[in-house]
Design a protein around this ligand. Structure first.
Ligand code: G3P
Length: 219
């Protein structure tokens, strides 16, 4: 399973990269705004800074909502770096744009996916990644992990190349459940990734090993 970090915060990206478990980054306009990144130049510079930190794919979302504008914006974003994946919303114009980018060899991430039918359209359009939002479905009392299972099954049935990118991941159990189901990628905050380290028996066990080692040394 690939681990992407879902943030535009350079410190968090560096920390995840330093851990040696990071495969890529996803961003969205809200995450960029949270870091105070504004203006086309500022946004493009920030994407380049992210690309310079990580080894893998970096999703950069278009703001446009019409085919022509999405194509223009996506092509500009793709010029920033080879690592850029153009993130396109799951709307009619977006599916057309994904089809266009796919034919041009530009990587895409179809975002704001909340149903299996939407995921099917993304795959047929040739999206590189599809992003079902697990946490946001849970927020409205719909089982987000169940959607991952549905999409993985459908994609396997037909051998679609589109990778299932479990997005809106909020906690370690989301990561584990999506991994069990065979999601290709998960994207979540640094806190969800580092929470995977936690187990009290590890801490207790290490403390005992070190104490025993110290005791033996004093004999
Ligand atoms: O980047 C898209 C998605 O991961 C958003 O997550 O936590 O805002 O629902 P969240």
């Amino acid at each position: 399973m690939k681990f992407f970090i879902d943030t535009a915060n350079l410190n968090d990206i560096r920390e995840a990269q330093d851990l040696g478990v990071l495969d890529g980054v996803t961003t969205n306009p809200s995450l960029m705004a949270k870091e105070g990144i504004t203006g086309k130049e500022g946004v493009f510079r920030h994407y380049k800074a992210i690309c310079d930190i990580v080894d893998g794919d970096v999703s950069a979302e278009v703001i446009a909502t019409t085919f022509d504008e999405m194509v223009r914006e996506g092509e500009e974003l793709a010029e920033i770096d080879d690592k850029i994946v153009v993130k396109v919303p799951m709307i009619r114009e977006g599916i057309k744009a994904i089809n266009y980018f796919s034919e041009k060899g530009i990587k895409t991430n179809c975002t704001l996916v909340f149903s299996a039918g939407q995921a099917l359209l993304a795959a047929k359009a040739g999206a590189t990644y599809v992003s079902p939002f697990v946490g946001r479905l849970d927020d409205v009392s719909v089982d987000g992990v169940a959607l991952i299972e549905q999409i993985v099954t459908i994609y396997r049935n037909y051998g679609y190349a589109t990778q299932v990118l479990a997005a809106s991941i909020r906690h370690p159990m989301h990561i584990i459940q999506c991994a069990e189901l065979g999601a290709d990628v998960m994207t979540g905050p640094l806190s969800a990734i580092t929470a995977l380290f936690n187990h009290p028996l590890t801490d207790i066990g290490l403390a005992k090993f070190l104490a025993d080692h110290k005791k033996a040394g004093t004999k």
